[in-house]
Design a protein around this ligand. Structure first.
Ligand code: CUK
Ligand code: CUA
Length: 764
């Protein structure tokens, strides 16, 4: 902003203009001095230069990482590793009002398990929606392992829109993974259990306990998972683990591995050897190969029965129709990852020092020629491992998960026990490089690493332990995400990011340019449900409506007041507050908190947010805006007055505060006139530029116009009161007129600054 404007505005606001500090006597330290003082090496400086992101600059990739037991998703930029947001999913999050407003409570309620509200999640695998095998930046899915739930996040506003509970499963792990056009979202069980959570004694484990794999149909138009069009594969009570969807060559198929195909049930207190012994006694477990494309066709032809509101494919039917096969894989495997071309499936076994590379063409051939070595106890054909293996590569101890490079045949696998990442060529079966990780890596991710066209460039190691890496903060340590450069032949560690969240399992990173989130909502939007709110309220239409003991407050928020400022109800009333944010400017969210009611709302520009509670205790409850939104933010306040039952009102006139005179009024009006001159100047400046080319500025101008109209309204009231000699009200309304002017000027100057910074030019 031009100093002249700033100075005038500051004068009017009564704020002194800061005196700039005289040029300092000492000069900036040299690079060498900083290196010496902080003990940095040349290598450190290089890593710093590769990750440091100067103020105003943005990241090339955006990562979506599981928040683990925190039940949400963490969003950060790469390579800066700067955290941008925690998306609330399965657990309440007050800053976003998630779990505190009626709209998000409805989303959380969708995730009830047998009627119980669950307010945490154990999130493991985020999955970005795909179109033609590449991330499209539209949606994000994530699972809750402990409660067998999935959630849908819309990347238009980074909000959770839906939670679904699997009516069959008691846990899930092999989700979420999407098919190449997000036709389906895969969700596999982890711990076998009787379907639907029924009681069946453990002695009936083999007969009645089951695993499973659900293909949730995604309705992209609605942006919702459609339970009624989804199907579930019945699977044996092997502990199914991770999944991945086939792509290109293997399109139409899915892969899910398992551990504990021994079907062992522990019971240390019953004198039985523990699970860990019984679940790793055999040399191999099974990879499950499922044909979802053909299953979808059968569903379409009406050949699949429904159970629990979903299509259900019994093992028998799956075998008969050729939808399900097993392939032995080295014992207790973890990750199963399909290569970008879809030709290989890489399985890494925790207890085996190899990665096993299975060949899709060979698997296909075995299926076609009925090359089976037998059937499992449930009648599922078993394809001989040796016939479909491409190669096995000795990579190190505890291999878990695999990700891919932009370069052909190059993969990276995490080594949990060795605490390393190994880089290798899976076509030739050759190890190329290893790098030490600090400590115990679980998942790893490369940029767009799950797509048909990975970007390579960076790899993030998602580690289980931080141990002594950071400043100690008590026995519970932060997690550690390590950024590694993979653009060259040798991997190079660039950065350690401590994360004070739950255990990181998986993450995915997308090119930042693919994300196009909203800046503001359409007017009166219910952001959780993605439609207009029935409670939206236009300026000037605020009202309080009573129906029996229910009181609906149709309110608005805009700098710097909440309408209404006084809400009177009776003890025992059900109060439902509905606030619409009238702002159009970017980042003008207002908060709303009220004493003692567990209500904390985040009302983003354009949105309408509700909160309902019973006013069960008489009293006076201050409420206010919780976001520092303007100079008069603290004055964005009001009172909820809950009148006791049987209260006898006394008539007392509302008198408080200072008494004003004509002189006060005249002085205020003089100030208002000067302020108007500043506003006019700013407006002239903006309208003489090509401001209409900047949607940001256009919406700021709309906001400014609103405020100016409010100013006109207040001015009329001031002048009417002055005409009657009511100097008290004349002065107060004159002051309110000025408040609106100040907001107008503030918005106007923001628009002007934007134009100056974005090279707007004069128009003739
Ligand atoms: S899991 Cu945690 S490191 Cu749930 Cu994919 Cu492997
Ligand atoms: Cu709105 Cu502070």
């Amino acid at each position: 902003m031009k100093p002249r404007f700033k100075k005038i505005l500051s004068m009017l606001l009564g704020i002194g203009v800061g005196v700039s500090v005289a040029a300092s006597a000492w000069s900036e330290p040299t690079l060498q001095q900083v290196m010496k003082a902080r003990g940095l090496t040349q290598k450190d400086l290089l890593a710093a230069a590769e990750t440091y992101t100067p103020t105003g600059k943005r990241d090339e990739y955006i990562a979506f990482a599981s928040g683990g037991q925190q039940g949400g998703v963490m969003v950060y930029g790469i390579p800066s590793m700067r955290i941008l947001k925690y998306i609330a999913v399965f657990a309440p999050e007050p800053w976003q009002g998630y779990g505190y407003d009626d709209e998000s409570k409805a989303v959380l309620a969708e995730g009830k398990v047998h009627g119980k509200l669950i307010t945490y999640g154990d999130t493991h695998h985020p999955a970005l929606s795909e179109t033609n095998g590449d991330y499209d930046g539209q949606y994000l899915f994530i699972n809750d392992k402990s409660n067998a739930r999935l959630a849908v996040i819309d990347l238009k506003d980074f909000e959770t829109k839906q939670i679904v509970h699997n009516p069959f499963f008691q846990s899930d792990h092999g989700g979420t993974f999407v098919t190449p056009n997000t036709e389906y979202v895969m969700e596999g069980t982890q711990y076998p259990a009787p379907y639907g959570g029924k009681y069946v004694p453990l002695s009936k484990f083999n007969e009645k306990y089951r695993g499973g794999l659900t293909y949730w149909k995604f309705d992209r138009k609605k942006g919702r998972l459609d339970k009624s069009q989804s199907f579930v594969f019945e699977l044996p009570p092997y502990s199914q683990d991770l999944s991945d969807a086939g792509k290109l060559a293997s399109y139409g198929w899915g892969f899910t591995n398992s551990f504990c195909s021994e079907r062992y049930v522990g019971g240390d207190m019953q004198g039985r050897p523990p699970f860990e012994a019984g679940c790793s006694s055999k040399d191999t477990d099974y990879m499950h190969v499922t044909n979802w494309k053909k299953a979808a066709e059968l569903v379409k032809e009406g050949k699949v029965q429904k159970r629990r509101g979903m299509y259900f494919i019994p093992i028998k039917q799956a075998v008969k129709e050729g939808l399900l096969y097993l392939i032995p894989e080295p014992k207790s495997p973890h990750g199963v990852d399909v290569t970008p071309d879809g030709k290989y499936i890489i399985v890494a076994g925790k207890l085996d020092s190899h990665v096993s590379v299975f060949s899709w063409p060979k698997i296909q051939k075995a299926i076609k020629t009925h090359d089976f070595e037998g059937r499992d106890p449930y009648g599922i054909p078993i394809i001989p491992m040796k016939d479909v293996l491409h190669t096995q590569i000795e990579v190190g101890l505890g291999p878990l998960h695999t990700q891919f490079d932009s370069k052909k045949c190059i993969a990276y696998t995490s080594l949990y026990v060795d605490s390393q990442v190994v880089k290798y060529d899976y076509c030739k079966g050759k190890v190329l490089d290893k790098i030490d990780i600090h400590y115990n890596i679980g998942h790893l991710m490369t940029m767009e690493g799950d797509t048909e066209h990975p970007d390579g460039k960076y790899l993030v190691a998602l580690n289980k332990l931080a141990i002594d890496r950071f400043n100690p903060v008590g026995p519970l340590h932060p997690q550690n995400h390590q950024l590694i450069d993979i653009s060259g032949q040798k991997m190079r560690l660039l950065y350690d990011m401590p994360v004070p969240l739950g255990e990181p399992h998986y993450a995915q990173a997308i090119k930042a340019t693919k994300l196009k989130p909203l800046i503001r909502y359409p007017f009166g939007w219910n952001a959780r449900a993605n439609h207009k709110s029935r409670w939206r309220t236009r300026p000037g239409r605020e009202r309080i409506v009573r129906h029996g003991t229910r009181v609906d407050v149709y309110g608005t928020v805009i700098r710097s007041h909440i309408t209404p400022e006084i809400i009177r109800v009776n003890e025992g009333d059900t109060v439902s507050l509905h606030f619409t944010n009238l702002e159009r400017a970017e980042d003008e969210t207002h908060g709303f908190a009220i004493n003692g009611q567990n209500v904390q709302l985040s009302i983003e520009p354009g949105s309408t947010v509700s909160a309902t509670f019973v006013a069960d205790r008489p009293g006076v409850y201050p409420y206010y805006c919780t976001e520092f939104c303007s100079a008069l933010h603290l004055e964005m306040e009001g009172y909820l007055i809950v009148k006791p039952k049987n209260y006898k009102a006394q008539t007392v006139s509302l008198k408080h505060g200072v008494v004003y005179t004509k002189a006060d009024y005249d002085k205020q009006v003089a100030t208002n006139m000067k302020t108007q001159a500043v506003i006019d100047k700013v407006v002239r400046y903006i309208t003489s530029r090509n401001y209409k080319d900047y949607p940001q500025v256009v919406s700021l101008m709309e906001d400014a116009t609103d405020q100016l109209n409010f100013a006109k309204g207040a001015r009329k009231k001031a002048e009417a009161a002055a005409a009657k000699g009511d100097w008290q009200n004349a002065m107060l309304w004159a002051n309110q007129w000025w408040q609106y002017q100040v907001k107008t000027a503030d918005i106007g100057l923001r628009a002007k600054t934007y134009l100056d910074q974005h090279g707007a030019h004069k128009i003739k």
